[in-house]
Ligand binder design. Structure first.
Ligand code: ADP
Length: 192
């Protein structure tokens, strides 16, 4: 299926988990900017070295770095017929950049899914993940900062996409299967 989708939502809302499931269901690659950055940090590539200090502090990596990375990724053959972006766009500038990348190829987004979850729930989930996985940016101080940056820079994008008729809001609290079904149901009218 050809679907070009964006997954929006605060850290800890379950974007990564749902992105993998939706990718299977829809047969499109899930592209997570956080995962790509982490892989680059692990390998200590130039990109990884540039991104690491921002990530460790819970700040966004500068737009020019992130935009160039996504542009390269979307040019890969597996993204030609569709994709699910997890963690991009996160700023107004990234929204414009993505729009530019797609329209240059005569393409458009089909929908933007916003996964909602309240702050107490996401902090609890992230602290649990910190114990299980030890991600360096899952300390309480950095989690609070990530949530602040999300509220300031990314939450407003929901209104931008709502104005374009693309926003689909889904409650991210519930069982994994339940949330996947909610997303699939909400997306159906946008996938044609
Ligand atoms: P989260 O659980 O906070 O949603 P991600 O795995 O999506 O985490 O991202 C981890 C970090 O990678 C972010 O805190 C940020 O530093 C960086 N990052 C990921 N996507 C972007 C983006 N679109 N723009 C800027 N920085 C990003």
């Amino acid at each position: 299926m050809s679907a070009r989708l964006v997954l929006l939502g605060p850290p800890g809302a379950g974007k990564g988990t749902q992105a993998a499931r939706l990718s299977d269901r829809l047969g499109i690659p899930a592209i997570s900017t956080g995962d790509i950055f982490r892989a680059n940090v692990a390998e200590q590539t130039e990109l990884g070295k540039r991104a690491q200090r921002y990530m460790d502090a819970g700040e966004y990596v500068p737009d020019e770095v992130t935009n160039a990375m996504v542009r390269d990724r979307l040019a890969q053959p597996d993204a030609a017929d569709g994709f699910l972006l997890d963690g991009y766009p996160r700023t107004a500038d990234q929204v414009d950049e993505l729009e530019g990348m797609l329209s240059a190829d005569g393409q458009r987004l089909h929908a933007v899914v916003e996964l909602t979850a309240d702050t107490d729930e996401v902090v609890t989930r992230l602290l649990k993940r910190a114990e299980e996985q030890g991600r360096p940016d899952d300390t309480e101080v950095v989690i609070r900062r990530r949530l602040e940056v999300y509220a300031e820079q990314t939450a407003p994008l929901a209104a931008t996409y709502a104005a374009r008729g693309l926003l689909v809001q889904v409650d991210g609290i519930g069982g994994l299967d339940e949330v996947t079904e909610r997303i699939m149901t909400a997306l159906a009218p946008h996938l044609n």
